[in-house]
Design a protein around this ligand. Sequence first.
Ligand SMILES: [Zn+2]
Length: 93
Amino acid sequence: MQSMLDDFLKEKQTDEDNLWDCDNCNKRVQPFKFSEILSPPRHLCICLSRLEYVMTPTFHLLKKTTKVEIEPMISIGMFTYDLYFIVVHEGKN
Ligand SMILES: [Zn+2]
């Protein structure tokens, strides 16, 4: 979980097929994007997206089955959170 969160919060460049229009130079650019928590909440809720949209052979949802290790504590910058509950939804497959 910690490594997934670290990866989610780090700066990444958008894909080559996801160019943006720059307001400054009016060119198509490949920008960097990142997420950060400016004001850490008292309780942090994390939802893992376990479904992925797949376009081939036809448009459908694919369930991710990668195992995720849940640590008893996670850190975001200088803030730490203790795990106090988990909800696991299980589908039919
Ligand atoms: Zn520009």
